[in-house]
Design a protein around this ligand. Structure first.
Ligand SMILES: Cc1cc2nc3c(=O)[nH]c(=O)nc-3n(C[C@H](O)[C@H](O)[C@H](O)COP(=O)(O)O)c2cc1C
Length: 367
């Protein structure tokens, strides 16, 4: 598969993201790779993996748990809640900065997607409604259990875990954090009018369903500065067995509430052709990052148009960055892209992680 960006492509122009200038508008989307150490410390290979991809305008890290109990959706996912975690993230930040990269850490609570055999605790969610899914645990594939509905007074602790993890990320030298409000995890579960059946101030009306995500954005912005905070949402996305009959109202409430903060960016995972995108785009005047998830040729063509028209500030790209550390160079040259190997997405070790060749390496090998 190939796609050639025009030499003066809008996606190749710099863009202001909060306090920082990204050197282009092709961002690396967050990608869980399940290669962290057993205690949630990123592996040594993670330093190499992210540094290889530092030509992205912004690297958004894999989802990273804000506490031990926020973890548990997959094996070997990283955390940002111990000194040891922070020290390894600091190595990653330093290495990415050495090659002029920019990097935010995606902060995560898995909600009902957790399994106690991975996290050691029973998963929590807005309501006791299970996702009809399985996950890989140390003893093999298992169904996700019915989560425990959070008590109202437990929620402040979760907000504080996000705040503390954001502090650690910045102390580690990261440029900022992205709050994970997408893909069926805790914040998305609260936003849903189906999965969230609460009757307290965190459920019911759109404003109430948006409250947890808004409180987290506000707390993190107060801790590290709004210009270092991004928020990812995926309205209507069915990942994680999510259901939303109304995929707009809670998001409208969320964006209206956080608009005055002037956060670094809003990251939306959505098909830009669905009506919800137009509605939310109309509400958001700050930087907007879009992740579509389409075939390579149609996708880059569409993203370039949207960037040129000023509809989006930047595009986040996942699998193409996973398989092409030199994606930007390849798009400039219109060179063939490496295909991502699905079998090694979540497998341990270097294969399918740090061994995707750059063009120069591929040419050397073929010479
Ligand atoms: C292996 C893999 C891991 C992913 N991990 C995350 C993650 O940690 N956080 C997140 O928000 N999205 C995650 N996603 C979703 C991607 O960020 C992105 O939305 C999706 O891959 C579609 O974009 P793409 O077609 O450019 O890959 C993951 C996707 C894949 C394929």
């Amino acid at each position: 598969m190939t796609y050639a960006l025009p030499a003066d492509a809008a996606l190749l122009r710099p863009v202001r993201i909060g306090y920082a200038d990204a050197r282009n508008r092709l961002f690396m989307a967050p990608l869980t790779r399940s290669r962290a150490q057993d205690d949630g410390t990123p592996s040594d290979l993670a330093v190499q993996y992210y540094t290889q991809r530092a030509a992205a305008g912004l690297i958004i890290s894999e989802a990273t748990a804000v506490s031990a109990s926020a973890n548990g959706a997959y094996l070997n996912t990283p955390g940002m809640y111990t000194d040891r975690h922070e020290a390894k993230w600091a190595e990653i930040a330093e290495s990415v900065h050495e090659v002029d990269g920019l990097m935010f850490v995606q902060l995560w609570h898995v909600g009902r997607m957790g399994h106690p055999d991975i996290s050691g605790v029973h998963p929590v969610a807005p309501s006791a409604i299970a996702a009809d899914l399985t996950t890989h645990t140390p003893s093999g594939k298992q169904a996700l259990p019915v989560p425990r509905a959070l008590e109202t007074d437990e929620i402040a602790t979760i907000v504080d875990d996000f705040r503390a993890a954001a502090r650690r990320a910045v102390d580690a030298g990261m440029d900022g954090v992205e709050i994970h409000g997408a893909n069926g995890y805790l914040l998305h579960e609260f936003l849903s009018d189906v999965v969230n059946q609460r009757t307290d101030r965190y459920g019911g009306s759109p404003e109430n369903r948006a409250r947890l995500a808004a409180e987290i954005v506000e707390a993190v912005a107060a801790e590290i500065g709004a210009d270092r905070v991004g928020l990812r949402i995926s309205p209507g996305n069915g990942a994680g067995d999510m259901h939303e009959v109304d995929d707009v109202a809670a998001y409208e409430a969320l964006l209206s509430r956080i608009a005055p903060l002037d956060i670094a960016y809003l990251h939306v995972l959505i098909d830009p052709d669905v009506p919800a995108f137009g509605t939310l785009r109309g509400l958001w005047s700050g930087p907007l990052v879009l992740n579509t998830g389409r075939e390579v040729d149609t996708r880059f063509c569409q993203l370039e148009e949207l960037a040129e028209w000023g509809v989006i500030s930047a595009a986040a790209v996942g699998r193409a960055f996973l398989a092409n550390p030199d994606l930007i160079d390849r798009l400039i040259l219109g060179a063939e892209l490496n295909e991502p190997d699905v079998a090694t997405f979540y497998a341990p070790g270097p294969v399918g992680y740090v061994d995707y060749p750059t063009l120069a390496e591929a040419e050397l090998k073929n010479a």
